[in-house]
Write a protein of this length. Structure first.
Length: 80
């Protein structure tokens, strides 16, 4: 779990988002200022780092960092 969070935080940091902004309640567009292209870039990074595929339907459900963490915990640990 802790490794998952570190990897996720690294994905955000690669996009220039400060670690202090990475709270569970941080909204991807409203709080972090990501636009649709940024969100797509982030998801591609996450897919690469975690070796998973994220569907467009799943992507549309990601509003906050907590949403992404919950999804990753279900996907990564379900296949561990």
């Amino acid at each position: 779990m802790e490794d998952t969070i570190k990897k996720l935080n690294h994905c955000f940091e690669e996009m220039g988002i400060l670690p202090t902004a990475l709270t569970d309640s941080a909204h991807l567009t409203k709080d972090l200022g990501l636009d649709s292209l940024d969100v797509t870039d982030l998801m591609l990074r996450i897919e690469s780092v975690f070796a998973i595929q994220i569907s467009d339907t799943e992507l549309s459900e990601f509003q906050t960092i907590k949403d992404i963490k919950t999804y990753l915990n279900q996907r990564v640990f379900a296949h561990a």
